[in-house]
Design a protein around this ligand. Structure first.
Ligand code: MN
Length: 288
């Protein structure tokens, strides 16, 4: 029972806008060394932001992705998505959209019409999950995971609950189909309680503390909003909750391949990036 050591706690990340709909803080990107973060490439958190009622839909216009998956978790507000594979849908609080770009896809991401008209608070996470080389050549696919289909597990030691989006916790399996092993758990922790999260030896272990306060392994405190990055070595971590907390746990196996990224494309070599740009410009990733 070796603890995964905390390597770093990140806070005070500067916000920037993605399109005119998403005021995000990028807690990490693929520009960093993948050894710690793999299979995860990017985590954008759009904290609770009030949008006034509007007639003009806000969001991100048509753009491509290739070589990885975009996972969008909605906590507040409502989004609409449309892609070149013919998929479209709206997701609201508790819902998750898991888009596998694979060999290339073109999509748009907007606030829903209804949310735009009535206004309100938006809060979302967008996570990018890498794909192994072979899966970067597979056709794109799309999973819309509704909140009602996400099972809730009780944490050990009466510490709270976990919505299991992907992976498995104490026999409760998440609905997301993943290419490599990924755990994505949405935790609600109760003040004064503590629990151990098991995470296989060699897997990444990262926590986004959205609200409240926790102490990891008895020594490192993190108060929302903060990102806690742990070492891959070890088989779990202890989480004590100091103040009622909501925490997104990311775990996953290392994809031990070179990461070469350029904007919305993440491949293994520069030549593959050049080819992706050509493919996109020539319309080979489809259109809306
Ligand atoms: Mn996108």
């Amino acid at each position: 029972m070796a603890e995964k050591k905390v390597l770093e706690v990140r806070r005070d990340v500067a916000p920037h806008w993605v399109g005119d709909g998403f005021p995000v803080r990028s807690f990490f990107t693929y520009q960093e060394a993948p050894e710690t973060l793999s299979p995860f490439l990017m985590l954008d958190y759009a904290g609770p932001t009030e949008f006034s009622p509007s007639q003009q839909r806000r969001g991100v216009d048509v753009h491509p992705h290739k070589g990885f998956e975009t996972v969008t978790i909605v906590y507040q507000g409502e989004l609409e998505h449309r892609d070149s594979g013919g998929n479209q849908g709206a997701i609201g609080p508790g819902d998750v959209q898991w888009m596998t770009a694979g060999s290339g896809v073109v999509h748009e991401e907007y606030h829903s019409e209804a949310f735009t008209r009535r206004g309100g608070v938006l809060e979302i996470v967008q996570l990018w999950v890498n794909l192994p080389a072979a899966a970067k050549k597979e056709p794109p696919r799309y999973q819309e995971i509704l909140g009602r289909d996400v099972p809730v597990a009780r944490l050990e030691d009466e510490a709270g609950t976990a919505r299991i989006i992907a992976g498995e916790y104490r026999g409760v399996k998440g609905p997301a189909r993943t290419v490599t092993p990924v755990d994505l758990w949405d935790l609600r922790l109760a003040a004064g309680r503590s629990t151990r999260l098991n995470s296989p030896e060699g897997h990444a272990a990262i926590l986004l503390v959205r609200k409240g306060a926790v102490t990891i392994n008895g020594s490192t405190s993190a108060r929302g909003v903060a990102l806690v990055v742990c070492d891959r070595a070890g088989d779990g971590l202890d989480v004590a909750c100091d103040e009622d907390a909501t925490v997104l746990f990311l775990g996953g196996a290392l994809i031990d391949e070179p990461v070469v990224g350029h904007g919305p494309f993440v491949m293994n070599t520069s030549e593959e990036i050049r080819q992706a740009i050509v493919d996109y410009r020539s319309g080979r990733m489809g259109a809306l």
